[in-house]
Write a protein of this length. Sequence first.
Length: 445
Amino acid sequence: VPHMKGRAYFGQSCKPGSYSNDQYIGLNLLGKTLRYTTDMSGAGCGCNAALYLVSMRQNERPSQCGDHYCDANNVCGECCAEIDIQEANQRAWHSTLHSAHDHGGLGAGYGGGSSWDGPRDFDAQQYGPGAECIDTTKPFQVAVSFPVDAGDRLEAMEVSLSQAGHSCPLHLRIADYAGMAELSRALAAGMTPVVSYWSADDMTWMDGQGADRLGPCASDNAASCPNSVKFLNFSIEEIGSTASVLASTPQAASRHRSRTNAVSQAAVRAQERHHDGAACPGSFDVGGYGEVALVPTGWHANGAPVEVLGSGELVPHMDSRSYFASTCTAGSYDNKQYLALNLLGKTLRYTTDLSGAGCGCNAALYLVSMQQNTRPSSCHDYYCDANNVCGVSCAEIDIQEANQYAWHSTLHTSHDHGGKGAGFGGGQGWNGPRDFTSEEFSPGG
């Protein structure tokens, strides 16, 4: 609970009355997601509730503040890399990357400006008191991820805001920053989280209306800021390792947790296998389209994870995932090889056999925008979906997520983890769809 004009640092230990840079935590968040909840209720125009990362552990000089503090704006006389996860109030939000001497940095969010315009990645209808996506009069959840490339170098900072009862989480992605290599090194060395809370009558750089008059605050009033704000429920995880990044509903969190665990484990196992002996599973005919190749996620030396039988049957084995493609090149991936079916005005028909796949099993067939995804993703095969399983989000249409006892069909925009669905089954403290019953869909139904 930072009080007004308060600033505090995450440390391994605290010794009253003394400071040492060695006591500060140095988190390496490369490839990880930091989650927390923030409560800024009452903190309006002119207030600034901040959570950010700086290289304090590496700063051996006490600085003018006497506590080894450093940042990209040289506030205490010492410059260092700075990653602003949150500089915000009820009306505005900024997330910004700064190399050690880049005061302005590269940012995203909403708000700010006088004769110029701050970021406009969302608006007051989506973020603010009573807003449809994030109602800032109430606590909401933040997830910040630091995806890396194949060489473990920082690719971007991805920030997502979500709130229980709201189905439109907000997403920011900051990439292509000139100082990315420096920030990657800073994160690898370990950066210290800082929380602070302050106010000013000239906070318009963050929350002003700007030249376009689309920002939130016509003026700032520091005197109206409440005495404190709150940060709580901190956790750190590998990207894509547990529940959905900011799933907006219990249904989405539960479904994504299961899919993520199975798929990410399969991807890891696949990546650990050597590509020697890699073989394409085969091809099959789709009526009304023609021959389709199958590309597996991961190359198995001892057989593909999804078999193509001579009769044209596809037989997915446990923990597998494969993609429809125009061609398959054993041992390599190319987003351009994947099929991109335009099914508008069309019907796709198929037969499924779920015999024996009972409670706890999930046999899925779905559509994603993989051909358009030029990023290899953390699974290295250009996979993307609405739940960011492999670090890249895209539109997703779940035709079937099912077993012998349950069926779900769901539409997802690229960042809508919960989506809009129908079918039968699901619920734990909530109710899944009930469009039919176990008498109509089940063994012997």
